[in-house]
Design a protein around this ligand. Structure first.
Ligand code: GLU
Length: 595
C-alpha cells in the first residue's frame, strides 16, 4: 500500500488507489537548548488537542488529528515517534496503560509487560540477597514481554479511524530522514554509564570517543524504520513472531552478565487485556483511572479521599505554592495510602483484592477511618496498612524501590473521544539493551526493564509479598493515566497523567487537587512545586518552597530534604465554555498542539 501523496507525485493512476487519508509533512522543529524550570504558557484550542513529552511526537499526533484521525489514531502515531525521539522513556520495547473514552464509555487497555514462563520469585535474588538495583536493571533478567504494540493494535482495531499503516508514517519518515537530538535526550545520554556498556547502543548514541550526540545533531535510525515498516504492514504479529521476536530473545538470553529467560513462546503468547476501569466519585467530579496491576488510581484516590475528610484549610496556597498545612495533610495521607499499596496491590490475575473488590480500598467509611489517623504531628515511618477487606492470603509489605523514566500522552479529538496513556520502558533507557530486530542496521529500540517493578524479595518473615515475581505475571505499576468527568453531565473535564515512578501518584493527586479545589488551569496546576513521600523521608522540589515551609514541616516531625522531582505531566482540560486547555510539564520538553 502507498499513500495517495506518493501516487499523485508519480502520477501512476493505474496503480490501485488506496487512500490513507493522511500524509505526513516533516516539521521543522529545532530543539530548545536549556534546562531547569521555566514556566510554560499553556495552550488553548477549540476542537482537538494533543499533549506529549516531545514536540515532534506532539506534532505527529496533531497532523493525524488535523487529517481527521481520531484520538486513538493520534496516540499510535505519537507513540511510534516517541520510540524514536524519546527512546529513554517509552517505546515498542515497553508497556503501557491506555484509558479510552469514546464519548459514552470509558475503557482501560492493559499493555503491561509480563514475566516469562521460566521466571521465579528468586529472579532478582543472588546468594540469598536481593541484587543491587542497577545490576538487576541493566541485565537480561529485567526484560518483560513488551505489550505496547499489541495493546495499541487492540484499541485501534476497536476505535481507529485511519488505517493502522498510515499512523507509522511520521515515525518511519523521521527515522529515515533523521531527527534533531533534543536537550533531554542528550542529557540523559550524558548521565548514563550503563547504556555505554551495550556495544550497539554505544556505537549508535555516542561519538567514537564516548561523548553523547550533541543537541541538534541529526540522528537516523534505519533499524527502527525497518521494524516499524514491518509492524505497519503486517500488524503486531510482525513484532511478536518472526525475526524481530527472535532478535529480542537473542538479546535477552545472550546478556553477557545476567541473561534472562524470555522465549519465543513467551513473546508470541503475549495478550493485551481490557480491564474494568475504576471510576471514583470525588465531589462534583468522577475520576476514572487504571485498576491493578497499577496501584496508581487506588493510591491517588485514597490520598484525595482522605484529604477530603481533613479539616478545610483557610490557605492551602501561600505565595503561589502549597502551604505547609496542606502539605502536612497531603504527606500524611500519602504515608497511609502507600502503606496499603505496599501490602495489597499486585496483578489481579494472581492476587485477590482485599474483600474481593479493589474499590473497598476507596470506600468512604474506610477512608474516613484512615483519615482519623492523621494528627498535627507526622506519623513518620510508622504508617501501617489498614484493613479494607478480608484477605485470602496474608501478605508482607513490599519495600519501596527507586524508579524513573516513562512518558505520558493526553489527547482529545474533534468528536469528543479522549485518551490518557502512560507508556514506559521503566528506567531511563530500560534494560540498556538496544535491539535491532535482526535487521543488522544501526539503531533499533530499547528493551524495557519493567520486571524490576516486582518485589525483589519474594517473601518477608515467612509471608509472601503480593507483588513478587511469578511466571506470566504483570509487575505492579504506579502509572496513573486519568480521565475526569463531570458527575452530573457526564462530560469530559480532563485527561492527565505523568511519569515519575512511585511519585507519579503524588504528581497526579496534587494536579487534580489544584484543578478542582484551587481553580487553577491545567498549566498552572502542573507548574506548582512537588512534594512526595513514599512513607519515610519527605522530598520537596529543589529551590521551589520558601524556607518557612520547610521549617514548618520539620517542626511537625517530617524529615525533609530537597531534590529534583522531574515529573512529566501532560494535561488537557475542557473549560466551561468548551475550550480545550492544555498544559505540558515545564520540567520536560513536552508541548501541546491543537486547533
Ligand atoms: N515503571 C514504572 C511504573 O510502571 C514507571 C516508571 C517511571 O515513571 O519512572 O510504575
Amino acid at each position: 500500500m502507498r499513500p495517495t501523496r506518493a501516487l499523485s507525485l508519480t502520477g501512476l493512476l493505474l496503480v490501485p488507489m488506496v487512500s490513507w487519508g493522511f500524509s505526513y509533512e516533516t516539521p521543522s522543529i529545532t530543539p530548545e537548548v536549556g534546562s531547569g524550570f521555566e514556566e510554560k504558557p499553556g495552550w488553548a484550542a477549540d476542537t482537538f488537542a494533543v499533549a506529549a513529552a516531545n514536540p515532534l511526537a506532539t506534532d505527529a499526533g496533531y497532523q493525524v488529528l488535523k487529517a481527521g484521525g481520531n484520538a486513538i489514531d493520534a496516540a499510535v502515531a505519537v507513540q511510534m515517534v516517541l520510540t524514536l525521539v524519546e527512546p529513554q522513556s517509552s517505546g515498542i520495547g515497553g508497556g503501557a496503560f491506555l484509558m479510552h473514552f469514546d464519548g459514552a464509555k470509558v475503557q482501560a487497555y492493559d499493555g503491561r509487560e509480563t514475566a516469562p514462563a521460566a521466571a521465579t520469585g528468586e529472579l532478582f535474588m543472588e546468594n540469598g540477597e536481593p541484587l543491587p538495583f542497577m545490576d538487576a536493571v541493566a541485565s537480561g533478567l529485567s526484560v518483560g514481554v513488551p505489550g505496547t504494540v499489541r495493546m495499541l493494535e487492540q484499541a485501534h482495531a476497536e476505535h481507529g479511524q485511519l488505517p493502522w499503516e498510515a499512523l507509522f508514517e511520521p515515525a518511519i519518515t523521521l527515522a529515515e530522514e533523521g531527527f534533531a537530538v533534543s536537550q533531554r535526550l542528550h542529557t540523559s545520554l550524558a548521565n548514563d554509564e550503563a547504556l555505554r556498556q551495550n556495544e550497539r547502543a554505544r556505537a549508535f548514541y555516542y561519538t567514537a570517543d564516548g561523548e553523547p550526540l550533541e543537541v541538534g545533531s541529526s540522528l537516523k535510525n534505519p533499524a527502527l524504520a525497518a521494524i516499524l515498516r514491518l509492524i505497519a504492514e503486517e500488524g503486531s504479529a510482525a513484532f511478536y513472531e518472526g525475526a524481530i521476536a527472535e532478535d529480542l530473545v537473542e538479546q535477552v538470553q545472550s546478556h553477557p552478565v545476567r541473561p534472562g529467560t524470555i522465549t519465543l513462546e513467551d513473546i508470541s503468547g503475549y495478550q493485551s487485556l481490557e480491564r474494568e476501569p475504576l471510576c471514583t466519585p470525588w465531589q462534583q467530579w468522577e475520576v476514572c483511572g487504571f485498576p491493578p496491576p497499577s496501584s496508581g488510581h487506588l493510591t491517588v484516590m485514597q490520598i484525595l479521599g482522605m484529604m477530603d475528610q481533613q479539616p478545610l484549610l483557610e490557605a492551602p496556597l501561600e505565595d503561589g505554592v502549597t502551604s505547609s498545612g496542606w502539605l502536612h495533610q497531603f504527606l500524611e495521607a500519602s504515608r497511609l495510602a502507600f502503606a496499603d499499596r505496599g501490602r495489597y496491590i499486585a496483578d489481579p490475575d494472581f492476587v485477590d483484592a482485599p474483600g474481593g473488590d479493589w474499590s473497598l480500598m476507596l470506600a468512604p467509611d474506610y477512608l474516613d477511618k484512615r483519615s482519623q489517623l492523621i494528627g498535627d504531628e507526622s506519623m513518620g515511618e510508622s504508617a501501617e496498612p489498614g484493613n479494607p477487606g478480608e484477605l485470602t492470603v496474608s501478605f508482607a509489605s513490599q519495600p519501596e524501590q527507586p524508579e524513573y523514566g516513562t512518558s505520558h500522552i493526553s489527547i482529545v479529538d474533534a468528536d469528543g473521544n479522549a485518551i490518557a496513556m502512560t507508556t514506559t520502558i521503566e528506567q531511563a533507557f530500560g534494560s540498556r539493551l538496544l535491539a535491532d530486530g535482526g535487521t543488522d542496521l544501526p539503531g533499533g529500540y530499547l528493551l524495557n526493564n519493567e520486571l524490576t517493578d516486582f518485589s525483589f524479595t519474594p517473601e518477608i518473615d515467612g509471608q509472601p509479598v503480593a507483588n513478587r515475581v511469578e511466571p506470566g505475571k504483570r509487575p505492579r505499576s504506579s502509572m496513573s493515566p486519568t480521565l475526569v468527568f463531570d458527575q452530573e453531565s457526564g462530560d469530559l473535564v480532563a485527561s492527565l497523567g505523568s511519569p515519575g515512578g512511585a511519585a507519579i501518584i503524588h504528581y497526579t493527586a496534587r494536579t487534580l487537587a489544584a484543578m478542582r479545589d484551587w481553580g487553577l488551569n491545567a498549566q498552572e496546576a502542573l507548574n506548582l512545586p512537588h512534594a512526595i513521600t513514599l512513607g519515610g523521608d519527605v522530598y520537596l522540589e529543589e529551590g521551589r518552597f520558601p524556607e518557612s515551609t520547610i521549617e514548618s514541616l520539620r517542626e511537625r516531625g517530617h524529615t525533609v530534604s530537597e531534590r529534583e522531582l522531574t515529573s512529566g505531566l501532560q494535561a488537557i482540560q475542557r473549560l466551561e465554555d468548551g475550550t480545550l486547555y492544555g498544559g505540558a510539564d515545564p520540567r520536560r520538553e513536552g508541548v501541546v498542539m491543537g486547533e
